[in-house]
Write a protein that binds this ligand. Sequence first.
Ligand SMILES: [Zn+2]
Length: 372
Amino acid sequence: MGQQQLGGRRTFVRPGRVSLQEAVTPEAQGITDEVFANTMTTKQAAMQALDMEEPFLAFYCDTYVVPLPPKHRFPMLKYAATRANLEQDSSLKGAIGFKCSPVCSTEELFRVHDKGYVERVVSGDVTPNEERALGFPWSIALIRRSLASTGGTVAAMHAVMADHPRRRRAASHIAGGTHHAFSGHGEGFCVFNDIAVAAAAALVDYPEQLDSKTPIIVVDLDVHQGNGTAKMFEAEPRVVTFSMHGEKNYPWRSKMTSDHDVEMPDDADDELYLRTLGQWLPYLLDTYAPRLVFFQAGVDALKEDSFGRLAMTREGLLKRNNMVYTECIRRGLPLVICMGGGYSRPYDASVLAHSDVYRSAAFRYRVVPYGR
Ligand SMILES: [Zn+2]
């Protein structure tokens, strides 16, 4: 199946479910038509982005809005709000280049996801139990969004790995971080695992640059364990998974074993969190000497978060982000930054903390934008 067919031209809608017209905004419709019509690959999208003037790149897919029932817990609008916040920040003028995320291809998905799962979920052939685990009602818009949410992270990976004179040291996605997606099922608002798909793409597309025993490390700092990523790379020594999360938090029944799991007690504050991360991060980067780093920058460790159970402040999270950037810059490591959880109510505190992730990266990498 070609990329252009995946989700794009299917108009299958189950009786009683949302219609295609209702499912996508006109803007998203235009973008998806454009994407599906020209079959732009994740790498082509990255190459276009690399030609942009701005030193730091941010892919986004908030134009793919998924219709959700009233009072649904998922803050779908926080993605657009985060981008708007960054675009309106005059201190970032000319610092961040925004680029609409391409959709990923089936070939990219099949490297880490079961073929049957991908085909079933794309065609809407999911059971009520699967929908419940996912936390989203199925819609064609959900699939488009999930494909773009994966494709943007793959494109950000190409932006830091591709052979290009303006290859960036760091690139980001204002989405993704869907680390609860497993090979054969999705859960916890995650359909496809973008970091896993991007890591697998990197191993295939950049074998020379990644020719070492442990070339890729996933630094997952969402407050929930990156269980899907851990499981997918359980038997893949080339991808090291590190997850620092709340001990008592979801996933309760489906926690997996990462290469390194660090569990934070309830109400862990900035001091404890930063001290712990400050010990782990240099250790991991020195021990494994990776050549590519993925940063899942969830902000649900924030004390205002409704699911988080930890007690970090916005300033603490800012220090956390800078710790990751400093350690990567110091070692000249290519870095892919993606989003993660953030569920404060109202969502303002999460949006500010999400924006900080990209704002600090733009500031830090403005000094060392290109090459290595
Ligand atoms: Zn989370």
